[in-house]
Write a protein that binds this ligand. Structure first.
Ligand code: BMA
Length: 365
């Protein structure tokens, strides 16, 4: 009888590790292990807001510019949380949070991986992320006058992320990428607007509060400076510590479109990869792209060259290109764009994976 019970128990445990798409990344540890396991086999291709809108369409069921060009969805789905802290219905790019919840769940149920960025409005005066006219970080960290206000913003953020669940109530795992590009000057958490010490406090508090006070055990965390470093020491200047970070990342647009800087982009990724390997973590090119793709060959000649560098190909887990806002800027071609055939060429390569590749890989594990 005891044996029967143990067998039933084991079977139940095994079946609880599977989601309804036959995949097995329903916890953050499983998500991490999937991303680790594909290192050297494939690099997942990601796209920001892929289901939400694209080149002259908005919120059309099943639509994605990546799908329109390649026939498949991206493997990594990026979503933006900026504005959630204000309690409004839609984010700063006019995507409603109800839709983001729906899209992220769909991406997960299809076997994809979600990642969230956050360009918050200041807890002090609700100025946007790009307003560096007042100092924010020193006032919202522990001991700051607006710390409680900041905590309220995190409460709202956590409530939303914790509400992305499957029908049986399981929380959908994801990668959260807060306070990115801190080595640039453009955000109020950037290099000219706070000290590395205060930045690290901010990052640590954000992660601990979400994990410990808000129970967000479904979250991996990415650290993503921009391209403004050329040594490990420079890269780690704002690093909160190994216990706060799962994905060692870099955002990089400039080196990937400016002539003569491709080697720099690769060298910086090597720094990222070395550190990830040294600490047993994941590595990724967390954001990239060429706004409106004025060089049609960019996907092959620039992004392709970087991703096919032997060290990069053997190590990074994913990359993500930015959103397709036709009115402002788009980073993935629409079918008629001259770069579409080059994007297709890159995404047809055996080691660059879209959603189906990832789903197949997980089935075989
Ligand atoms: C930036 C731009 C902005 C957008 C923000 C958050 O890179 O795309 O237009 O509001 O990201 O998605």
């Amino acid at each position: 009888m005891n044996r029967l019970f143990s067998m039933i128990f084991v079977l139940l445990m095994l079946s609880s590790c599977k989601t309804n798409n036959g995949t097995n990344d329903n916890t953050k540890d499983e998500l991490r292990s999937t991303l680790m396991a594909l290192k050297g086999k494939g690099i997942l291709f990601g796209h920001q807001d892929t289901y939400a809108y694209g080149y002259y369409w908005n919120d059309v069921e099943g639509m994605s510019d990546v799908k329109r060009v390649t026939g498949d969805y991206p493997a990594v789905f990026g979503w933006e949380l900026g504005g959630i802290e204000k309690g409004v219905k839609a984010n700063l790019d006019t995507v409603t949070f109800d839709n983001i919840r729906k899209y992220a769940l769909k991406a997960y149920q299809q076997g994809g991986i979600n990642t969230f960025s956050w360009h918050p409005f200041s807890p002090i005066n609700r100025a946007d992320s790009w307003d560096t006219s007042t100092r924010v970080v020193e006032h919202i960290i522990l001991g700051g006058k607006y710390h409680e206000a900041f905590k309220k913003d995190l409460d709202v953020l956590a409530d939303f992320l914790n509400s992305i669940t499957t029908d049986d109530g399981a929380k959908v795992p994801f990668i959260f990428r807060p306070w990115h590009e801190m080595d640039g000057t453009w955000f109020w958490w950037g290099i000219n607007s706070c000290t590395p010490h205060d930045f690290i406090e901010l990052f640590r508090f954000t992660v601990s509060y979400l994990r410990d006070a808000k129970g967000m055990d479904q979250m991996l965390v990415a650290y993503s400076p921009d391209r403004n470093f050329d040594s490990l020491e420079g890269y780690l200047k704002w690093y909160p510590g190994d216990e706060y970070v799962d994905v060692i990342g870099m955002d990089n647009y400039y080196d990937l479109y400016t002539d003569g800087l491709l080697d720099d982009a690769i060298a910086k990724l090597h720094i990222v990869i070395d550190y990830a390997n040294q600490t047993g973590k994941l590595s990724a090119l967390t954001e990239t792209g060429y706004e409106n793709i004025p060089d049609p060959t960019w996907y092959i000649n620039k992004l392709g060259t970087v991703l096919n560098d032997s060290v990069v190909a053997a190590n990074i887990s994913y990359t993500l290109v930015w959103r397709n806002d036709p009115l402002k800027h788009f980073f993935f071609p629409y079918p008629e764009h001259p770069s579409a055939k080059y994007a297709r060429q890159l995404l047809e390569q055996k080691n660059i994976w879209l959603l189906n590749d990832l789903v197949e890989f997980k089935k075989d594990r």
